[in-house]
Structures are given as structure tokens and as C-alpha cells.
Write a protein that binds this ligand. Structure first.
Ligand code: IP8
Length: 260
């Protein structure tokens, strides 16, 4: 499929928002196991992108592993300190692995915990608006799904997909890209027929036992909302990093687009 840049809009909007899903940066079947090769491959391809880039990554077999173990979810609730600490630390660890890999690939990653720009469950608009300015200096801000303090002794799991929705709504990036370990959105898991373009909200039932934030269905929901606000959204397979740069450069690529 070929993707055409809209010239007038492409000139005004200059930022790419990208989610690196837990399915691609970790081995979801093996607790606490990063997929270093995939991270490295993606980082190497992003080195060639000449546009401000803001990254968000998911929890995969790090954050989700502990969230399941301690029964923590997206709904704010009281939780034991042990669970909160385990989830938080695992996400910091995974973020560190991503940061290191980006650094080794010649990028300038900039750690951006969501608590820097979200308080309770509300974005701090002023802080969010500073993020692209940081990205324009040549740094690559990297945020991540996390366990968040909600207030009133409650914590909740904030999905990286939700962070994508929050940032896209305020920043209106040129493109939003969800990188996963599959080719895009499939019509169903049986036929695995790739949907090239999605124009309306579709019900997807994804059953991933080690995922407390909703897996593919949550991603599609956020993607659909982002596209309704005028940003083109791509789903691409991070195992073939060329597809990410092809989507960015408006070249023929394989994946799914939600046209903005
Ligand atoms: O993988 C979840 O982020 P996601 C983060 O983007 C945690 O849903 C802490 C499980």
C-alpha cells in the first residue's frame, strides 16, 4: 500500500509520536525478558529519521508480569506497596534497556516518566507542550506505561497506549505509529487477513493473559480516536524496521493505516 503525505499539513505538523509495544520490545511469553535485537533494529532505523520524534513504550513481560502478579489494573485502587514498587521498578528497568540501546545506536534518548507530565490521571498541558520542544533539540524523549499515583492512597496502571492518546490530543503530531510484533490489524486471528485501512471503529477481542491494559483492542481504540482528531495512525511490524521508516517517508509499506 502506498501512503501519500498531505503536503500542506506535512509542513505544519512536524513531529512523530511512536509507541513501541511491549510485544516487540520484550518476549511476552517469558517474564522479564527484553527483546534486545528488536529494540536495536528499531533504534538503528530511527537514526535515519530527520524529524522530531517522541517515543512511548509499553510494559510487555516487565510491567504486565508484575501487574498480573499483584492484581493491579487501570482502575485506581488501593494496592500494597510491594506490588507498586515491583511494577514501577520493572518499568524503570525496561526503560533503561531501551534508553541504552538508543544511545548505542547513536540517538540521544531522554528519559521521560509519565509522572513528569501527568498528575493523578490528568495531563499537565504546559508540561506536555514542552515535549516537542525537547524533541526539536535533537533529543528523543522516551516515555512509558507505568504505575501511577492517583491520590487518596490509590494507584493505577497507565497504559502506554493511553499516553499516546493523551499526547496526540494535545500535540497533534504529523503521524502516530504503533509498532508491534505483527503486521498490523488483522480482520480476525484465524484468517490473519491484514486490514490495510480502517475507517470505522471495529470490535476486536484480544485475549492476552499477561496484559492488564487491554492489548490490541485498547490500541485500536486509541488509534481510532487519534485519527478522528486529524492524525494519520499506522500499525507496523517492528521486526521489519524498514516498514517504520517507509511509513514515515510516505513510501509503500505493509501495515494498517487509520487515516486522519
Ligand atoms: O503495555 C503498561 O503499558 P502498556 C505498563 O502500554 C504497565 O499497556 C506498568 C503494565
Amino acid at each position: 500500500m502506498r501512503y501519500f503525505l498531505k503536503p500542506s499539513i506535512a509542513l505544519l505538523k512536524i513531529m512523530i509520536l511512536m509507541k513501541l509495544g511491549g510485544s516487540i520490545i520484550t518476549n511476552k511469553n517469558k517474564p522479564l525478558t527484553p527483546n534486545r535485537n528488536a529494540i536495536k533494529g528499531i533504534a538503528a532505523s530511527l537514526k535515519n529519521v530527520n524529524e522530531p520524534l517522541v517515543i512511548v513504550h509499553g510494559g510487555g513481560s516487565f510491567g504486565h508480569y508484575w501487574s498480573v502478579k499483584y492484581d493491579m489494573h487501570t482502575k485506581p485502587q488501593r494496592h500494597g506497596a510491594k506490588g507498586v514498587s515491583a511494577v514501577k521498578n520493572s518499568m524503570v528497568e525496561l526503560n533503561n534497556i531501551v534508553l541504552k540501546s538508543f544511545l548505542e545506536s547513536g540517538l540521544n534518548p531522554y528519559c521521560l516518566p509519565p509522572s513528569d507530565f501527568i498528575i493523578s490521571n490528568k495531563p499537565l498541558i504546559k508540561k506536555v507542550k514542552e515535549i516537542p520542544k525537547i524533541a526539536k533539540t535533537g533529543l528523543t524523549p522516551i516515555s512509558y506505561g507505568d504505575v501511577m499515583w492517583f491520590g487518596k492512597n490509590k494507584f493505577y496502571i497507565l497504559s502506554g497506549d493511553r499516553i499516546m492518546g493523551i499526547l496526540a490530543k494535545i500535540l497533534r503530531p504529523r503521524l502516530a505509529i504503533f509498532v508491534t510484533n505483527v503486521d498490523g490489524v488483522y480482520s480476525d486471528m484465524k484468517s490473519k487477513k491484514l486490514l490495510n485501512e480502517i475507517t470505522e471503529e471495529i470490535p476486536i477481542t484480544s485475549k492476552v493473559s499477561m496484559d492488564v491494559t487491554g492489548g490490541m483492542s485498547r490500541k485500536i481504540k486509541e488509534a481510532f480516536t487519534i485519527s478522528k482528531n486529524g492524525t494519520d495512525v499506522f500499525f507496523v511490524n517492528g521486526n521489519i524496521p524498514r516498514r517504520i521508516t517507509n511509513a514515515i517517508n510516505g513510501k509503500s509499506f505493509e501495515g494498517t493505516i487509520f487515516r486522519g
